[in-house]
Design a protein around this ligand. Structure first.
Ligand SMILES: Nc1ncnc2c1ncn2[C@@H]1O[C@H](COP(=O)(O)OP(=O)(O)OP(=O)(O)O)[C@@H](O)[C@H]1O
Ligand SMILES: [Mg+2]
Length: 260
């Protein structure tokens, strides 16, 4: 039996988007049950348009469920909360603020003392390796650097749960691998729980402690796999990928998400 603390409980969640004009309603999620435990790194895979972002938005409190409920640490999720950090595919940084100011923004509006805000901001700038760019504006950064800044901005609030919606999807293969190593390092050092949506099976298998596969619309959870490659990997290029166990699992997950 699992004796870990439950951080979030998604209970029988369905989401129906109302059609407008001639377009019909869309049942995006149906009867989704999912518990996130302390220290989990859950990766969610599924066909395009199956409701993955919808699920993440419901977990983040950005979108209400049509049916069912979401609890975090025993409280119903309603609206945004600094204990839940959300990172999107396109980093959402304030263009007029430099990296330091973007990261410091959250603690500042929460009324954290300026010395403490500054100390934490510097700590996270260092963690994501942006020291040299602390005073650069977002337009002066590469895509990978922007995403690192967005990650630091999410982490500076010390979230219990970090929700990531294809955060590395817009990056080239090399930067993507570097970012995967960074997120693993962050997850191991901060001991937060993470839920990450990805289209990339290798990304999921190299980062997750649990891999969840979803069906095509309406999105439901099809199968869950416990994995632990991430616990003994520091560099995504390590050769765990060539083991029979890894290749068999990869094949099964790919087969599941290709089924319509
Ligand atoms: N705001 C909205 N209004 C109406 N329908 C929506 C809305 N957002 C999403 N949908 C529909 O809900 C379904 C699920 O969308 P969602 O964005 O959750 O899928 P996804 O799995 O994240 O897709 P992708 O892998 O392409 O990012 C799709 O059919 C989409 O058209
Ligand atoms: Mg999506």
């Amino acid at each position: 039996m699992n004796d870990k603390k439950t951080v979030m409980s998604v209970k029988n969640v369905s989401v129906r988007y109302q059609g407008t004009g001639d377009s019909a309603d869309t049942l995006a999620l149906e009867g989704v049950d999912l518990d996130i435990y302390d220290g989990d790194f859950v990766c969610v895979l599924g066909p395009s348009g199956c409701g993955k972002s919808t699920l993440l938005n419901v977990m983040g409190g950005l979108l209400p469920a049509t049916e069912g409920s979401v609890d975090m640490l025993g409280e119903e999720v309603r609206g945004v909360d600094p204990r839940r950090a959300i990172v999107f595919q396109q980093p959402t940084l304030y263009p007029w603020m430099d990296v330091h100011a973007n990261i410091a923004f959250g603690p500042k509006v929460r009324g954290i003392k300026s010395e403490e805000t500054d100390r934490r901001t510097k700590e996270y700038i260092e963690l994501v390796g942006l020291e040299v760019f602390a005073h650069a504006k977002p337009y002066e950064l590469s895509g990978g650097m922007r995403q690192r800044a967005a990650l630091a901005r999410a982490l500076v609030n010390d979230p219990v749960l970090i929700l990531l919606d294809e955060p590395f999807g817009a990056l080239d293969a090399f930067t993507r691998t570097t970012m995967q190593d960074l997120i693993r390092k962050v997850w191991k050092s901060t001991k937060c729980s993470a839920v990450m949506i990805t289209h990339d099976v290798d990304e999921a298998l190299s980062l997750a402690t649990r891999v969840i596969t979803m069906s095509a619309l309406p999105g439901t959870i099809v199968k869950e796999f416990d994995v632990d490659f991430t616990n003994y990997v520091e560099d995504s290029e390590e050769d765990f990928r060539y083991t029979k166990e890894y290749l068999d699992l990869r094949k099964e997950v790919l087969h599941l998400i290709k089924q319509r």
